[in-house]
Design a protein. Structure first.
Length: 506
């Protein structure tokens, strides 16, 4: 493979499938909407991703591909134009095979029901200008990507991610990337996807390092996932099979998932804690695509040869409290419900109140929600990695977000604009404030330096995490390396294995 244009002109790169023409933007070459698999439509709908067919001539790669159909629960879903959902985007400072630059592959989050690599907050120009090739990708979501249905492989969204990583192995050298120095990174459901990839035999050898930001602890058993899929299919009058759901237009299925989420409380006695958030879709521990939970797989040594950088924000749940309309007004009954649903063990509610005797009802509510969904799963991923003989670095983002009147603290999603350096574009930028504070610029530069150094050399700039000292980088305007700060929560959860979530009643 070779570069087919000179510096200064529109960059052209020859891939295995054909020649792509990108654009130059602020010192980088950018290629958008590059297909890494065939569109999952027609006979390929609900199938594993298939290799993309080649093309003749030069294919423009100047516009993002259409995002997959997705939920409208949090915002108006983006308009889709076509079914070519499986595309990726590349930013490179030097599209030259001799450059051999580290590669970072971004997996967007969104609760496994939303996700769009074309959002402005994911523009990777700032990261690429540090000397890194950055790839972002789309993958199937919701019913299309994660519903457990007869006649279809499980975890199709994860299989899409594997297909994109295989494309990177085959083609990234032509864009200046080193296929032997690939790092996957993602936040929220993207972080959960990274954790799943670490546990997947199909993904073995496709990346050397992983950055998992705010890893959710929700992984489903096949029985729970199939029960949810049946309820979702019933919303559109279909059978929960590949054949039955293939008769339903793709743009109708996210609305069915949203309707299920809106009334998910009626399933509480059967589906348990996922009805609290709600979380109708997640990776399924099916025994094949995903043989075990990430915590079990890593403890068994599945990723001992992969460097891991993992962490969470201090106030993970505060943003969700705002979205849910309970910020500043959590009642005792709401806290009790959350504690009984989410706290580990039969006496978890009592143990939480004893561990945090001075906490208000709202503080307890946010603590148990944050610990169950993001903080403890992220911490325990580091524990599992070192137990399996691997290397891990741990962080906690403690810098309080100045946006929204400073009420959100170090909330979920705050790391996204800081990692990408997009402090005034995209929805997460509202967390930073307008205009961005100078301290945010400095903090973002420091975080980007740590992430890209880890991708390049495996060292983000602070000591490894170990079971004796639990050294953690506290990311703030004045960074501090200290023992893991959420010790009370750690002790509450230390015996919880984060198993696949199962049906409560058969």
């Amino acid at each position: 493979m070779a570069v087919t244009s000179l510096s200064g002109a529109e960059p052209e790169v020859r891939t295995k499938a054909g020649v792509l023409r990108g654009v130059r933007e602020a010192g980088t070459a950018v290629f958008r909407g590059v297909p890494f698999a065939e569109p999952p439509a027609g006979a390929l709908r609900f199938a594993a991703p298939q290799p993309v067919r080649g093309w003749d001539g030069v294919r423009p790669a100047v516009a993002y591909g259409p995002p997959p159909p997705q939920s409208g629960m949090l915002a108006q879903p983006p308009e889709t134009t076509g079914d070519d959902w499986l595309t990726l985007n590349i930013w490179t400072p030097e599209p030259d095979p001799a450059a051999k630059l580290p590669v970072m592959v971004w997996i967007p989050g969104g609760g496994y029901v939303t996700g769009n690599a074309g959002l402005p907050e994911y523009d990777a120009g700032n990261l690429a200008r540090s000397g890194t090739v950055v790839v972002s990708l789309n993958y199937r979501l919701g019913v299309e990507g994660f519903a457990q249905i007869d006649g279809a492989p499980a975890n199709r969204g994860l299989l899409d991610q594997v297909a994109a990583l295989r494309w990177v192995q085959d083609d990234i050298r032509a864009f200046g990337g080193d296929p032997d120095r690939v790092t996957v990174f993602g936040q929220s459901a993207g972080g959960g996807s990274v954790a799943a990839l670490l546990a997947m035999p199909r993904a073995a050898g496709l990346f050397r390092r992983a950055v998992a930001q705010s890893v959710p602890g929700t992984f489903f058993s096949p029985e729970l996932a199939a029960d949810i899929a049946a309820a979702c299919a019933a919303e559109v009058g279909a059978r929960p099979t590949a054949a039955g759901l293939s008769a339903v237009a793709p743009d109708r299925l996210p609305a069915a998932g949203d309707a299920l989420s809106a009334g998910i409380g009626r399933w509480r006695e059967r589906w348990g804690p996922i009805t609290h958030r709600p979380i109708p879709f997640a990776p399924v521990v099916d025994g094949d695509v995903l043989p075990a939970t990430p915590w079990q797989a890593l403890a068994d040594g599945a990723a001992r040869d992969v460097g891991l950088l993992v962490g969470h924000t201090r106030d993970e749940h505060r943003l969700f409290s705002l979205i849910d309309g309970v910020l500043g007004q959590v009642a005792h009954e709401q806290t009790e419900t959350a504690l009984h649903l989410l706290a580990p063990g039969p006496d978890g509610a009592r143990r939480y109140r004893e561990a945090f005797p001075a906490a208000t009802e709202e503080e307890l509510y946010e603590l148990v929600n944050a610990d169950w969904l993001f903080r403890m799963p992220s911490l325990r991923l580091a524990d599992a990695q070192i137990a399996g003989g691997g290397r891990a670095h741990l962080y906690e983002l403690t810098w309080p977000a100045p946006g929204a009147g400073g009420s959100l603290g170090a909330c979920h999603g705050l790391d996204v604009p800081l990692v990408f350096g997009n402090l005034s574009s995209g929805r997460p930028a509202m967390l930073i404030g307008d205009p961005p504070f100078p301290e945010a610029e400095k903090l973002s530069a420091r975080i980007r330096s740590a992430w890209t150094a880890f991708a390049a050399h495996g060292d983000p700039g602070w000591p490894r995490y170990d079971a004796d000292h639990r050294l953690t980088q506290l990311i703030d305007t004045r960074p501090v390396i200290a023992a893991y700060p959420e010790e009370a929560s750690r002790l509450l959860w230390q015996d919880h294995a984060f198993p696949a979530l199962s049906l409560l009643t058969q």
